[in-house]
Write a protein that binds this ligand. Structure first.
Ligand code: KG4
Ligand code: ZN
Length: 333
């Protein structure tokens, strides 16, 4: 079964084509991130307008790269939420139109499930039961999956999402958008200089006996260092290092605890923050110690993309009526 996956939940316009849920035929991603840089965050109106411009060329390019005709597509899938309403509408309407025009089934996918299923693309794949950590710009969720049809939300963030704090802290440190890769680069600079960390930031809720997160206090602690304590720019790489270490400490500890308690065979991580090398290293290391297989998508497939939507569609098969599907900005697990 060849599935076209459409992803337009935020500032990426993407179309991916996947065969049999695992074989990647193409994955075209176009981002409007450059346009948002000067604002230090996403401007929803700008993102939506770019989606309109890009959706048709992106789908056409995905077909070209996969060497497929529209008639080769067996089903159309789309992320119908969560996300920005203006952006979502573009992908959802495009998918409904294609499905109706081609007379092919339409499959609705939760964007967050897409991040989890990015881990099925390629050679190895996770075994159930598994614990999934989804860390993106808008979400930080720990989910238990017993099989493809059975998922349970174990906990989520009470305030800011992990990616959101990476972006906000980057802004405070005078770095660009998106902040995650910028913080990672700055933290790596500090590490190579092999200096001692003198600043200590909080690890919120790390010892609490639950699967919830809270990152706004960590963000405020960084803001205080820069604005109240007047840290000089020469110490910003140290702050970036300690900030990344703090957030990774919390994510690793809670994920491993959940995996042990629920006797998971695998841990899967997804979402933009899953591209972070420190997080990748530390979760893998902790998984190895506890005999739990750890899966990360490739860095390309960690951030928003259409291929993950096509893969999730293959395994979940949530067929919907193209005349009835609606965008749902606040969809959750
Ligand atoms: O999943 P995603 O592409 O979009 C949403 O669904 O939100 O995630 C975007 C988030 C941004 O907050 C970005 O700063 C973060 O992922 N991110 C990273 C890295 N690459 C992207 N965070 C930490 N380290 C990275 N290398
Ligand atoms: Zn995402």
């Amino acid at each position: 079964m060849i599935i076209l996956g459409i992803e337009t939940t935020c500032d990426e316009t993407s179309a991916g084509i996947v065969k049999g849920g695992r074989r990647l035929l193409s994955n075209v991603v176009s981002s409007s991130a450059e346009l948002h840089k000067k604002f230090g965050g996403i401007v929803p109106e700008v993102a939506a307008r770019e989606q309109v411009k890009l959706i048709v060329p992106v789908i056409a390019e995905a077909l070209l790269q996969a060497r497929c005709e529209l008639s080769d597509i067996d089903a159309v899938s789309v992320a119908h939420g969560p996300g920005l309403i203006g952006s979502l509408l573009v992908g959802v309407e495009a998918a409904k139109t294609l499905s109706t025009f081609l007379n092919k089934p339409l499959i609705a996918v939760n964007h967050l499930a897409g991040h989890v299923y990015a881990n099925w693309i390629g050679h190895d794949f996770p075994s159930f039961p598994l614990v999934a950590l989804i860390v993106s710009g808008g979400h930080t969720d720990l989910v238990l999956m017993t099989n493809h049809a059975k998922t349970k939300l174990l906990g989520q963030t009470r305030d800011d999402a992990a990616g959101e704090v990476f972006d906000k802290v980057a802004r405070v440190l005078g770095l660009g958008y998106p902040g995650g890769p910028e913080i990672e680069r700055m933290a790596a600079q500090f590490k190579t200089r092999k200096k001692q960390v003198a600043v200590i930031l909080p690890r919120p809720m790390i010892s609490e006996n639950n699967f919830e997160f809270s990152f706004s206090g960590l963000k405020t602690a960084v803001v205080n260092l820069v604005t109240r304590d007047k840290f000089s720019e020469s110490r910003f790489s140290e702050v970036a290092y300690e900030f990344q270490d703090a957030i990774v400490d919390v994510l690793v500890k809670k994920t491993i605890r959940a995996a042990i308690i629920y006797k998971s065979k695998s841990i899967v991580v997804g979402g933009g923050v899953a591209a972070n090398s420190e997080l990748r290293f530390r979760v893998s290391e902790a998984g190895q110690k506890n005999n739990i297989s750890v899966f990360f998508p490739t860095k390309d497939l960690s951030v928003d993309n259409g291929a993950m939507i096509a893969t999730a569609a293959f395994f979940e098969k949530n067929f919907v009526d193209p005349l009835k599907l609606q965008s749902n900005p606040s969809l959750h697990f």
